[in-house]
Design a protein around this ligand. Sequence first.
Ligand code: DQA
Length: 142
Amino acid sequence: MLNIAIINGPNLNLLGKREPAVYGSDTFDDFLTQLKKEFPQINFTYFQSNIEGELVDAIQKFGFNQDGIILNPAAYTHTSIAIGDAIAAIKTPVIEVHISNVHAREDFRKISHVSAKAVGSIVGLGLKGYALAAEWFVNNAK
Ligand code: DQA
């Protein structure tokens, strides 16, 4: 079994209700149920927080006991040096995911403190981005 943690940042608990034109109308819980069916070889752990320090704690915790982390830090992507530093500090590879195409939106969303520390980034492909990241770990996790 591959152990993969999915970490979602602020406001992603509102997926399904939050700006559906940008983020879609599926809830993350429903999506996660599907994802688990699609990847029976993965043991997923899911964590979401609206609090920056809790995201740092989760990265530290999962960063030494998981095979991969799929991370959507949401708005903290663009502001949090602490989250970037946490990714640099851990052993587990991180894939950055954004549901929307951050490069096609406001300029402040073009800055990421995460991208340079991540193995790679998937942006703008909706919730499918999480599945693509999971697939990468299936094929590449050590
Ligand atoms: C997001 C993009 C961020 O700019 C935004 O603050 C979010 C969600 C995305 O998944 O598209 O909350 O990370």
